[in-house]
Design a protein around this ligand. Structure first.
Ligand code: FAD
Length: 817
C-alpha cells in the first residue's frame, strides 16, 4: 500500500512539475525526495542511504553546475548539433531575420496567453479622416468604375479614373503626411483596397501596387533624406507612377537567384566622372511597368575593383535602386495581359546609374533582400487579404440575394440542401476572411509580422478561390455568361493572379509558413542556431536544457488536455465559445511538442519533406485563423447572429487541425516516433467533427436574410443602388422581394391552386385580382417586382461585331448589351 502511495504521489508530483515547467533545481529536489521515500519504505540501512545518495549526487551536481554540465553533457551534443545544422546562406538568414513574430508565436509556443489577443490588442478602428475618405473619395471612385468596360473594351482604366486616383492620392496611402501622402494605417489601406476590389479588380491592383512592396514603401523605410526629397512628393501627388521589378524569366519564386547584375564602375555622367553601376537586366510580369515613370529595380551587385572601399569584397548580393523609367538604356517593353490592369516587361542593357541611386545609398549595397522581405511581410498582410475579403463580400451578398430570387422546381434555390452546402461555405469563409482581414491588417499596424502575413496570403487567397467557385456554381449560367451584368466572372478569372503573386501559394504553404514559423516563433531554435554559429557553448547549454524542459512541458500539457477534455486549459471568456479557447490551447501544445520532436528527429531533412512541413504549417495556420475568428466575434459584441458563424469557423479549424495531424502521423517516416507522437497528441483518437449540416444550413439560410450581420460583413464593400448597376440590379430586386414576399408567396400559391389563371404573369395577376386573392395595388407591386426580378436574373447578349472587337463607333446604334 505504501509503495503504491509513493508511486501515485511520485507520478502526480512529476506530472505537476512537468505541467508547470519546473526548473532543474526543483527536479533535483523532487528526485532526492523520491529517492529518500523509496529508501525509507524499503528500510534501507545507513550504507544503502550513503551509496544511493552518492550515486544520485553525480548527475545532480553535473546538472546543477552549469560549467560542469556544459563540459560533460552539452559539449558533445553541441558538436553533433553543429554538424547536422544545415548551412544557411546570407540570403536565407536575412529572410529569416526579417520581420517580427506576433500572435503566431503564442500559438506556436503551445501556451497562448489569450488576453494578449483579446484585451491588449485593441479592436481596429478608422480615424475620422480615414472614414471620411472611405465614405467620399472611395465611393466616388467606385461609382466611376465600369469593370466590364475596363477589362473587355478598353483593357485600361479610363483617363478620368487615372486622374482621380492621382489627384485624390490613392497611390500615396502609405506615404507619410510630411511627404504629402495620406499616411493611412494598414487597416484603413486594407479597407480602401477592399472596397475598390468589390468594384474592379483592375482598379484595385492599380491602387494596391504603389501602396505595397515598391518604391514608396522602400523609400519610406530605407531611403536617404535626399532620395525622399527627390521622389516622395512626386509619388504622393501622382506625378510619378511607380513599379517594382524583381521577377524575371529565370527567377520567379526563387527570387534570390535573379541573374540581373550591377557592376560597380566609374563612368562619365552629366559631364562628370561618376562612381556608379552598370546594370543589365531582363524583367517580366511587372505591374504598372507600361505606365511607370519610376522603376524600383532589384539586381545582384558586384564590385570587382573594390571601388566601394573594400578590396576583399566582390559580391554584395541583392541590391535595390530607383531609376526614372525614361533613363537612357531602360526599355519598358510590351504589355502582358493578365486582366485589365497594366503589367509588362522591362529590359536594360549597360544602363549606367550613379551609386547614390541605390535605395538607402551605397551603405545599403547588398541590403536589398532584407528590404524586400521586410516590406513584403507587411504588404502581404494588406493587399491580397483585402482582395480576398472583397471577393467574398460580393459573393456573400449577391449569392444570398440570387438564392432567394432564383426559383427552380417552384422554390427559391437557396432552400435546397445542396445549395445550402455551398452557401454555408460562402457564409463561413466570408466571416473568417473578414476576421482575418481585420486582425492581420491591424497586426501590420503594430509590427511587421512575417509568418502571420504568409498565413493570411496563402489561406485567404485559397478561401477566395473556394468562395468564388461556390458562388459561380450557385449562380449557374448567370455567372458563366460574361458581360457587364456579371459581377463574378472577373474575380473568378483573377483568382490565379492572387494565388501566384507575393509568394506563389504552393511555395508559401510548403516552404514558408512552417519553415519560417518554426525558426522565428520557437523560443529556442533560432537562438540555438545563433549560438552554434557563434560557437558559444555556454549560451547553447542554457538554451538546450531550457528547450528540453519546454518540450516535456508541451508533451505533458497536450497529453493531459487530450485525456481530460482540456478542463485544465485556461479560457479568457465564459459562454458558448469558452470550450473553443480550451481546445485551441490543447492543439497549440500539441503543435509545439510535435514540431520539437519532428525537428529533433528529421533535422535539416525537414526542409525537403515539404508535405510534412506543409501539414504542420496548416495546423499553425488554422490556429491563427480560429484565433482571428474568436477575436472578431469578441470585438463585435458576441451577437446571436455572429455565434453560428464563429462556431462554423472554429469547429472547421479544429477538424482541419485533427486531419492534418492524422495525415502527418500517417506519413512520418519513422514509424516508432509517429506512434509515440500520436499517442501523446491523440491518445483517445479523434475528438472533432466537421461543422454539422444543421449549423451549415443555418448560416446559409441567414445569407438570404437582410440581417445586421450581413450589412456588417459587407460594410467595406461597394454595391450599386441603381437598378441599372452591375450589383445594384440585384440589390434592388432583393430589397423589393423582401418587402413584398408575403404577398408574392400568396400570389404563387394562388397560381398553384388555380386561383390565378393564365399563361403570362399579367394574365395571372389579373385573374388573382378578379378572384380577390390580390388587391389591384398588390398586383401592381408584383408586376413591378417581376420586371426587376427578370432583369436581375438576365444575362448579356452581344452582337458578333462587338465580340470580335470591332471599334464601338463602327457598331453604334446596334444592341450590344
Ligand atoms: C499578374 C502578376 C503581377 C505580378 N507583379 C509583379 C511585380 O509587380 N513585380 C515583380 O517583381 N513580380 C511580379 N509578379 C511576379 C510574381 O511575383 C511571380 O509570378 C511569382 O513569384 C511566381 O513566380 P513564377 O510565376 O515564375 O512561378 P515559378 O517560380 O516558376 O513557380 C511555379 C510553381 O512552382 C512552385 N514552387 C516554386 N518553388 C517551390 C518550392 N520550393 N516548393 C514548392 N513549390 C514551389 C510555385 O509555388 C508555383 O506553383 C507578378 C506576377 C503576376 C502573375
Amino acid at each position: 500500500m505504501t509503495a503504491l502511495a509513493i508511486i501515485a504521489a511520485a507520478v502526480i508530483v512529476a506530472w505537476a512539475l512537468a505541467y508547470y515547467e519546473a526548473g532543474t533545481r526543483l527536479w533535483t529536489i523532487y528526485t532526492a525526495a523520491l529517492l529518500a521515500a523509496i529508501l525509507y519504505t524499503c528500510g534501507a540501512g545507513q550504507t544503502g542511504w550513503i551509496i544511493a545518495f552518492a550515486i544520485f549526487a553525480v548527475p545532480a551536481v553535473v546538472m546543477n553546475l552549469k560549467t560542469l554540465r556544459s563540459r560533460i553533457l552539452t559539449a558533445p551534443i553541441f558538436k553533433a548539433f553543429k554538424a547536422v545544422l544545415p548551412p544557411m546562406t546570407s540570403t536565407e538568414r536575412e529572410a529569416l531575420e526579417a520581420g517580427d513574430v506576433w500572435w503566431d508565436a503564442e500559438m506556436f509556443r503551445g501556451r497562448p496567453q489569450w488576453n494578449k489577443l483579446l484585451e491588449e490588442h485593441q479592436a481596429p478602428e478608422y480615424t475620422a479622416e480615414e472614414q471620411a475618405f472611405m465614405n467620399k473619395e472611395v465611393n466616388e471612385l467606385c461609382a466611376m468604375l465600369d469593370d466590364w468596360k475596363i477589362s473587355f473594351e478598353d483593357k485600361d482604366l479610363p483617363p478620368e479614373v487615372w486622374q482621380y486616383m492621382r489627384e485624390k492620392k490613392f497611390f500615396a496611402m502609405l506615404i507619410a503626411k510630411e511627404w504629402g501622402g495620406l499616411g493611412f494605417s494598414a487597416y484603413a489601406q486594407s479597407a480602401v483596397v477592399t472596397k475598390i476590389s468589390t468594384r474592379s479588380l483592375a482598379a484595385a491592383v492599380t491602387v494596391m501596387v504603389p501602396n505595397s512592396l515598391g518604391p514608396g514603401e522602400l523609400l519610406m523605410h530605407y531611403g536617404t533624406e535626399e532620395q525622399k526629397q527627390h521622389w516622395l512628393p512626386g509619388l504622393a501627388d501622382g506625378t510619378h507612377i511607380p513599379c517594382f521589378a524583381l521577377t524575371g524569366p529565370e527567377a520567379g519564386s526563387d527570387a534570390g537567384a535573379i541573374p540581373d547584375i550591377g557592376i560597380v564602375c566609374e563612368q562619365e555622367y552629366e559631364g562628370k566622372k561618376t562612381l556608379g553601376l552598370k546594370l543589365n537586366f531582363s524583367k517580366r510580369y511587372i505591374t504598372l511597368s507600361p505606365v511607370a515613370t519610376c522603376v524600383g529595380l532589384a539586381f545582384k551587385l558586384y564590385d570587382p575593383e573594390g571601388l566601394l572601399g573594400d578590396p576583399e569584397k566582390v559580391e554584395y548580393g541583392i541590391t535595390c535602386a530607383l531609376l526614372p523609367a525614361d533613363h537612357p538604356g531602360v526599355d519598358i517593353g510590351k504589355r502582358h495581359f493578365p486582366a485589365g490592369f497594366m503589367n509588362g516587361t522591362i529590359y536594360g542593357e549597360d544602363v549606367f546609374i550613379p551609386i547614390d541611386w541605390i535605395i538607402g545609398g551605397p551603405a545599403k549595397a547588398g541590403g536589398g533582400w532584407r528590404m524586400l522581405v521586410e516590406c513584403l511581410s507587411a504588404g502581404r498582410g494588406i493587399s491580397l487579404p483585402a482582395l480576398s475579403a472583397a471577393a467574398s463580400k460580393v459573393a456573400y451578398r449577391m449569392t444570398g440575394a440570387y438564392s432567394r430570387l432564383r426559383r427552380q422546381f417552384k422554390m427559391p434555390i437557396g432552400l435546397f440542401e445542396g445549395i445550402q452546402e455551398a452557401n454555408g461555405r460562402i457564409a463561413g469563409y466570408t466571416y473568417k476572411l473578414e476576421a482575418m482581414r481585420a486582425l492581420t491588417a491591424s497586426a501590420v499596424d503594430v509590427c511587421s509580422p512575417s509568418v502571420v502575413t504568409a498565413i493570411a496570403k496563402y489561406h485567404m487567397t485559397e478561401m477566395m478561390r473556394s468562395v468564388t467557385i461556390d458562388a459561380v456554381d450557385v449562380h449557374g449560367g448567370r455567372a458563366v455568361q460574361q458581360g457587364p451584368r456579371n459581377y463574378l466572372a472577373n474575380t473568378h478569372n483573377g483568382v490565379p493572379i492572387a494565388i501566384t503573386v507575393e509568394g506563389a501559394n504552393i511555395l508559401t504553404r510548403n516552404l514558408m509558413i512552417f519553415g519560417q514559423g518554426a525558426i522565428r516563433c520557437h523560443p529556442y531554435v533560432f537562438p540555438e542556431m545563433e549560438a552554434a554559429r557563434e560557437d558559444n557553448l555556454g549560451e547553447f547549454d542554457q538554451l538546450f536544457w531550457g528547450h528540453i524542459g519546454f518540450s516535456v512541458n508541451r508533451a505533458i500539457r497536450a497529453f493531459t488536455y487530450a485525456l481530460t477534455g482540456s478542463v485544465f486549459a485556461s479560457a479568457p471568456v465564459s459562454g458558448p465559445t469558452r470550450k473553443y479557447y480550451k481546445q485551441l490551447t490543447r492543439m497549440s501544445s500539441a503543435l509545439a511538442f510535435t514540431s520539437d520532436v519532428t525537428m529533433g528527429v528529421l533535422g535539416g531533412e525537414l526542409k525537403r519533406m515539404e508535405n510534412l512541413s506543409a501539414r504542420l504549417g496548416d495546423i499553425l495556420s488554422e490556429l491563427y485563423m480560429a484565433s482571428a475568428v474568436l477575436k472578431y466575434y469578441y470585438d463585435n459584441g458576441e451577437t446571436a447572429e455572429d455565434l453560428p458563424h464563429a462556431q462554423w469557423c472554429v469547429e472547421g479549424s479544429l477538424y482541419n487541425i485533427q486531419k492534418a495531424f492524422e495525415e502527418f502521423f500517417d506519413n512520418f517516416p519513422n514509424r516508432f516516433v509517429a506512434r509515440f507522437l500520436k499517442l501523446v497528441v491523440m491518445p483517445l483518437g479523434r475528438s472533432y467533427k466537421r461543422p454539422s449540416d444543421k449549423l451549415n444550413n443555418q448560416i446559409a439560410a441567414m445569407m438570404m436574410e437582410p440581417t445586421a450581420l450581413r450589412d456588417r460583413l459587407t460594410n467595406e464593400a461597394y454595391f450599386g443602388t441603381d437598378k441599372d448597376d452591375v450589383t445594384g440590379r440585384m440589390e434592388v430586386a432583393f430589397n423589393e422581394l423582401i418587402s413584398i414576399e408575403p404577398v408574392y408567396n400568396r400570389f404563387l400559391k394562388a397560381v398553384a391552386k388555380g386561383q390565378a389563371q393564365g399563361l403570362a404573369i399579367a394574365e395571372q395577376l389579373k385573374s388573382a385580382v378578379e378572384n380577390k386573392v390580390l388587391t389591384q395595388e398588390e398586383a401592381d407591386q408584383i408586376a413591378e417586382f417581376d420586371t426587376l426580378r427578370i432583369d436581375a436574373l438576365a444575362t448579356d447578349e452581344f452582337t458578333q461585331e462587338y465580340l470580335a472587337g470591332k471599334p464601338i463607333d463602327s457598331i453604334a446604334g446596334q444592341k450590344i448589351a
